[in-house]
Design a binder for this molecule. Structure first.
Ligand SMILES: [Zn+2]
Length: 81
């Protein structure tokens, strides 16, 4: 069982959370507003290493969290409200 340390609710099982995608910056080369929105929501880098993700605590405080996770070892580095 994987766990996340919610800053509001404490240590909770991962199945209480919904994945909201990677948090990354859109390349400056994309200037069209619609294309920037598409890229921000649907394009993922899926790196083998440190990544920043958004998670929603659906079965808890119902707040969005920013989680830094090392995908190479599937370990959470830190959680920010
Ligand atoms: Zn919570």
């Amino acid at each position: 069982m994987l766990w996340l340390d919610c800053p509001h609710c404490g240590r909770r099982p991962l199945d209480e959370f919904s994945f909201g995608g990677e948090r990354r910056s859109v390349p400056d080369s994309i200037t069209d507003a619609d294309e920037r929105d598409f890229d921000e929501v649907w394009v993922f880098e899926n790196p083998d290493g440190l990544t920043t993700e958004r998670w929603f605590h659906a079965a808890g405080c119902r707040r969005w969290l920013t989680v830094r996770r090392d995908t190479a070892i599937d370990q959470v580095v830190d959680v920010v409200p």
